[in-house]
Design a binder for this molecule. Structure first.
Ligand code: FAD
Length: 460
């Protein structure tokens, strides 16, 4: 029996998700952070790690890990939010190389920090495995590899034949693959909940069930919340990702898109023998409608995909993520990948909202004159990047040069999204076109006439 809307990671995170108290009166701190996800908590963590005397408060509307950080696919991935060829095109080879190297290095840092902090986040350094299931995907995989090789970044990556891919995992219709040794899978809810406890151990305060209703720039900047006004001597941090679109001043900064995941029941040994996947890689193909898969420590397969249709006005109701009808095609796709799972129950099906910036590039920025810092815009690839962003933002606020890398993500928030109804028309068109491109590709390898247009319009 599938529990629609139930988030496997939160069910399995080992704590009761009991709410911490909300802010109960006006308060003054050094740094006030909106958002108890990875971005907000990594920022708090690195601020306090470098500067134990600092007064840092995190304001979270629900509970730490409520947002994408507690619901994602668990890929702690060396793949940056902006694709390698786009990075190179917009920022040059050197900046692209530095970005990927920084992304790889932060994964090792996360692995180290969770040991130091005693966080049992199921960190499994299995790397990544991309498989091609159509000729188009195979050509795209080879082009991606060529991009990494051209920049001297392919030392951890190799292309695989169909037979070599099949030796690692039994997926239907595979024509070839690409294996990358860097990258890990993690239990995101255990990481985000553990990080919150680490922040508190280092003296940070966390208020839950407390919503920021207004951001007041200035010296000092302030956050108006449902529990009182919090004044921040050094600055406030906006780390609300997709949910920031709910604050009028930031409504068009990030586009909220959903992504959805289904989880199988734990598989028995015979099923795992039939599938293989002993390397525990983070698994995907090159479909435009996206698929991302993770093998959990208790022996489930999580199969993720693009989510629900974009809603007018960037609405993001939780109820849209519990609609059983939206999960049917994802479950069907999972069983097409792994026919051996035909009779295996799907226990959980959930979605979450991620934030897409108009220029496709995350933004990490601190404006001392306005007292406003931000870390957002990861387009569904933020598990590793949020740590890089949080450390950089902590460095900008507290003046710690070794925390602040020279990377293109260190820039003020990019352009705004179009006003409605243009936004709705454009995004719905791209969602629809990507589904048609994949369907035609799988059917007979044909390409819809508007494929190029759709790819040009999409920021990711
Ligand atoms: C289904 C799904 C699968 C994904 N899979 C992957 C993956 O496998 N690998 C990967 O790298 N990335 C993945 N991502 C993306 C990744 O999870 C995010 O990029 C990352 O978690 C963003 O963290 P964050 O802290 O910036 O935002 P969030 O985790 O969304 O946290 C923002 C927090 O701010 C709080 N908040 C917002 N507004 C307010 C307010 N006004 N007042 C108080 N609090 C507020 C929210 O309640 C929320 O807890 C996925 C995302 C989704 C949705």
């Amino acid at each position: 029996m599938t529990d629609y809307g139930a988030i496997y990671w939160l069910d399995d995170c080992g704590d009761e998700l009991a709410r911490r108290p909300a802010l109960a009166a006006d308060e003054t701190v050094d740094v006030a952070i909106l958002g108890g996800g990875f971005s907000g908590l990594w920022t708090a963590y690195f601020l306090l790690r470098a500067n134990p005397g600092l007064q840092v408060a995190v304001i979270e509307r629900h509970f730490c890990g409520y947002g994408a950080s507690g619901r994602n696919g668990g890929w702690c991935s060396p793949r940056y939010p902006m694709l390698i060829d786009e990075l190179e095109k917009h920022f040059g080879a050197e900046a692209a190389r530095a970005t990927i190297r920084a992304q790889q290095a932060i994964i090792d840092d996360i692995g180290q920090i969770i040991i130091e902090e005693g966080i049992d986040a199921h960190f499994t350094p299995g790397g990544m495995l991309s498989v091609a299931r159509t000729q188009r995907q195979l050509a795209a995989l080879k082009a991606t590899y060529a991009g990494y090789a051209r920049l001297g970044l392919a030392d951890d990556t190799r292309l695989l034949s169909a037979e070599e891919s099949g030796a690692l995992i039994k997926v239907s219709r595979v024509l070839g693959g690409m294996k990358t040794t860097s990258g890990a899978s993690i239990h995101p809810a255990r990481l985000v909940r553990g990080l919150a406890r680490a922040v508190e151990r280092r003296g940070g305060r966390i208020y839950e069930g407390c919503e920021v209703t207004k951001v007041r720039p200035g010296q000092p900047a302030m956050l108006e919340t449902t529990g009182g006004v919090i004044t921040a001597r050094r600055g406030v941090v906006l780390a609300g990702e997709a949910y920031l679109s709910g604050i009028p001043a930031y409504h068009r900064q990030l586009l909220p898109m959903s992504s959805m995941i289904v989880a199988t029941a734990p598989l028995d040994a015979a099923t795992w023998d039939a599938i293989g996947w002993q390397g525990h890689e983070s698994l995907s193909s090159g479909a435009y409608t996206k698929d991302y898969q993770t093998r959990t420590r208790d022996g489930r397969i999580l199969f993720g995909s693009r989510g629900a249709p974009y809603l007018f006005g960037s609405a993001m109701p939780e109820s849209a993520l519990a609609d059983a009808a939206l999960y049917g095609p994802i479950i069907e796709n999972l069983r097409a990948w792994f026919p051996v799972l035909n009779d295996v129950p799907i226990t959980h099906a959930w979605g979450g909202y991620l934030g897409v910036p108009r220029d496709g590039m995350p933004s990490v920025h601190f404006d001392p004159a306005r007292g406003i810092g931000n870390a957002f815009g990861y387009t569904g690839r933020g598990v590793a990047t949020t740590a890089l962003a949080g450390r950089a933002l902590a460095g900008l606020i507290a003046g710690i040069p070794e925390y602040v890398p020279d990377l293109p993500m260190l820039h003020a928030p990019g352009p705004q999204w179009e006003a409605e109804p243009l936004r709705w028309i454009g995004v719905r068109y791209i969602q629809n076109a990507f589904a048609r491109i994949d369907a035609a590709d799988f059917r007979d390898g044909s390409v819809p006439v508007d494929a190029k247009l759709a790819k040009t319009l999409a920021p990711i």
